[in-house]
Design a protein around this ligand. Structure first.
Ligand code: ADP
Ligand code: ASP
Ligand code: MG
Length: 406
């Protein structure tokens, strides 16, 4: 008998019929002789609706209270799913994040799991129960409810799978697996039967919403194989696992995009301020992630600095930087109409000219590039937001990633 962790996303549990469908899948896994732990997200757009409710009451809700509110979404799903499984004649129990031993740090709304104390889950499995755990939420050492950031149920599932040394963590979602690009942007994107942890981490971090990046990170650290598949069909899906170097022959595996970014440009910053240290130190203290950094000399004693942040961090980043500006002359500009398009592939490091191909593909479509960053396995370009889907399609075509090319 093996331990299987299954995670079902919001679309998969949106409405009674879908919950009943999930219940049947869960019971099938149990009837096949497995001990089954299920992690579920809030139904459909519940989390977005809860956020809207909060911002209708307050422009700046306390993060602790936001977490208290957001965590209710997953609690609805776990109880309804437990009821559906109960009607199918299986022993079942639902647990909140706290009851399931999901212990986190105190960074409300983007908490990290420190530890999974799986005693209760194990005890319930041994009693013969299917165990349902609320995704996305945990508890701090001082017993406050936290949430793990958008898409955080993936991370709950992987952390639970790691703690239980589960054989597999199955991520059930509304598409058939991981594709060469978001199938909602590129209609002929191709399903990838397997992806390495490193490529998957890049794709997820660069905007492929299919998995939360943290979930991939935890899976890689603990060697948990992930199986991403559809909750609506039995198609084979994608296995995410360690892929040996010899298999990394394709230069570009996929294209990702992120339209949740904003660009900040600081013009003419006096060099003696040491802007890199000062600005990024301050933003880091505020928990704001910075990406795509370019620094260039603008005068004999001044520099320009350009970088991107997540769009929802823009306001906080600008107000932090304004405090640094004081009475100085330099300028702060912000541009929200940008998006990041990236190509990812572990084979890139041994294939020169990949970046040049990407720039050529974008230039041929008349798509200007504002900023570029590269690593061994990715090239990212910042482009105007209204052109990012065209940019994704152009890269997808250039690197022959569609089905017709396989
Ligand atoms: P869930 O609610 O199941 O967690 P998400 O909406 O978080 O589902 O993630 C699934 C979505 O990820 C898909 O509907 C798809 O639009 C998007 N997506 C982005 N990039 C990719 C990709 N490369 N492959 C598959 N899906 C992707
Ligand atoms: N319900 C949360 C969200 O919408 C967590 C998740 O779906 O993974 O982000
Ligand atoms: Mg998700």
């Amino acid at each position: 008998m093996g331990i299987v962790v299954q995670k079902y996303g919001g679309t998969s549990v949106a409405g009674p019929e879908r919950i009943k469908n999930v219940a049947q899948r869960v019971c099938r896994a149990a009837e096949a002789g497995n001990q089954v732990v299920v992690v579920v997200s809030a139904q459909g757009d519940t989390t977005d609706r809860l956020l809207d409710m909060a911002y209708t009451i307050s422009p700046d809700p306390p993060k602790r209270e936001l977490d208290m509110l957001l965590a209710t979404g997953e609690q609805i799903s776990i109880s309804l799913l437990a009821m559906a499984i109960d009607t199918l004649g299986h022993k079942v129990i639902s647990l909140t994040g706290a009851q399931g031993g999901i212990l986190t740090d105190e960074r409300h709304t983007k908490a990290k799991i420190r530890e999974v104390n799986a005693e209760r889950i194990v005890a319930e499995l041994e009693r013969g129960c299917i165990v349902i755990v609320a995704g996305f939420q945990g508890i701090t050492p001082s017993n406050d409810i936290t949430t793990l950031g958008r898409g955080g149920s993936d991370t709950t599932a992987v952390a639970v799978a790691a703690a239980l040394k589960a054989d597999i963590c199955e991520i059930y979602t509304d598409v058939s697996g991981v594709y060469t690009a978001d199938p909602r942007i590129v209609a002929d994107a191709r399903l990838l039967p397997k992806v390495g942890y490193d490529e998957m981490l890049e794709l997820a971090s660069l905007g492929a919403l299919i998995l939360q990046p943290r979930a991939v990170e935890v899976a890689a650290i603990y060697g948990v194989p992930l199986h991403v598949r559809s909750s609506f069909s039995d198609s084979p899906g994608t296995i995410v696992r360690e892929v040996k170097d010899m298999e990394k022959v394709v230069s570009v595996t996929g294209v990702a995009s992120d339209d949740n970014c904003a660009q900040i440009v600081l013009l003419g910053v006096p060099r003696h301020l040491n802007a890199l240290q000062l600005v990024f130190g301050m933003l880091a203290e505020d928990g704001i992630n910075v990406d795509m950094i370019v620094k260039a000399q603008s005068g004999p004693n001044t520099d320009n600095l350009s970088f991107t942040v997540q769009r929802n961090d823009l306001k906080a980043a600008l107000s932090a930087i304004k405090q640094l500006q004081g009475a100085d002359e330099w300028k702060i500009l912000a541009n929200e109409d940008v998006a990041k398009v990236s190509i990812v592939g572990a084979g890139m490091m041994t294939n020169p000219g990949v970046a040049a191909e990407m720039f050529d593909a974008l230039a041929n479509e008349g798509i200007p590039v504002e900023l570029v960053t590269t690593s061994e396995i990715k090239v990212s370009c910042l482009v105007p937001r209204d052109l990012y889907k065209a940019a994704v399609a152009a890269c997808h075509r250039r690197f022959c990633l569609s089905d017709t090319n396989s």
